[in-house]
Design a protein around this ligand. Sequence first.
Ligand code: ATP
Length: 444
Amino acid sequence: MGDVNFLQKAIQIVQQATEQDNAKNYAEAHKLYIQSLDWFTTALKYEKSERSKATIKAKTLEYLQRAEQLKEYLDKSKNKKPVAVGGNKSNSAGSANGTGKSAKEDDEDMDPEDKKRNDSLSSSIVTTKPNVKWDDVAGLYQAKEYLKEAVIFPIKFPQMFTGNRKPWKGILLYGPPGTGKSYLAKAVATEISSTFFSISPSDIVTKWLGDSEKLVKQLFEMAREKNNSVIFIDEVDSLCSSRNDQESESARRIKTEFLIQMNGVGNDSDGILVLAATNIPWGLDLAIRRRFEKRIYIGLPEPQARAKMFQIHIGSTPNTLCQADYKKLAELTEGYSGSDIGSLVKDAIMQPVRAVQCATHFKKIRAPSREDPLVMTDYVTPCSPGDPLAQEMTWMDIDPTKLKEPEITIGDCLKSLRVIKPSVNKADLDRYVEFTNDFGQDGV
Ligand SMILES: Nc1ncnc2c1ncn2[C@@H]1O[C@H](COP(=O)(O)OP(=O)(O)OP(=O)(O)O)[C@@H](O)[C@H]1O
């Protein structure tokens, strides 16, 4: 449902972009293309069909290339004499700019841009801790161990990392959607004292068209300056996918820059951990994949982790669930991801609201007061029409302060279980298992 809307929105914006492009309103067209790219990237994330994904990717690439051409044209015409954009024909990067200036002089012109990039990167530094503790992440013990090894120990016990024992420099978290990859990254951001850069590929690609690779370079430079930094790149596949004939020039340049920076060629990349996440590890560029020394499979949760997730998600919401109920729910949710369980609980939590909304009968009860739990007071709560104390009324007849909302029960969760289904299928899982056997290791 939501994914259709993302795609529709993307198409709607790109239509406007094309209209502006045809009308030679290039600045407006450029802005709209970029907006559409954001929507296309989101649509791609939620698209399940591989065929539709391929079509969206091809279209995105086309619009990205057009936006790149327009950016190049607009940059030139800002400071220099206007040059014809040449319809949809490419003004490839590095082509003569018609100004007689050398590339170096052009670079000097770019100084304010460098500053803009630095500002943009500064906003990627996570300054407010996301408040996700290691313990909030259910299961994934192995993954947490590796992450601690990579980010906590080298700072706390630097003496342990001498000689040939070096901290991990690249860790790739891969697995089906909603299994906690980004959530784990949030735990890293919360638990470490070092600088944490959280990078969204769509930001790099769409905001910095044409010179995204410079942003990548600056990112690593900034991380090096900060010393002991973590760079987290979510959906790394959209930045570093395997090479193909259709990819844009800037996509190629971004990848090359990543390889250079991650290699540490001529750089001191000690003290930087690149943490990345992807749903499609097989789509990663092979050379980039090799740079991630640890490739950890973040799979579907085990029963124990599922039970803990139910507990975490229900949290302090008033409920009657006991340990045996959590165990039962865990047994019934084989194949559910962390975010599936999150959605299920979100639905279950709403059941008491629905009960109040649909109730035709309420009854009076005595219960501890909300203000002072040591004092008993009168409340009304929904009940069945057959209840001896039932009075016919609806929520509109009730004094709002007198409503005692029903607590969440296992029955509420079971009701939601019938509606919320697992989002990952067997064929997808087989592919991850195959990839793990060939190139990765289990993080559960
Ligand atoms: N292991 C877990 N423990 C607790 N909550 C979890 C766990 N895994 C997932 N969740 C819940 O599911 C939500 C979505 O997870 P997250 O965004 O980390 O998934 P992801 O693997 O990064 O998915 P995607 O690949 O789609 O980005 C989290 O915000 C969290 O509420």
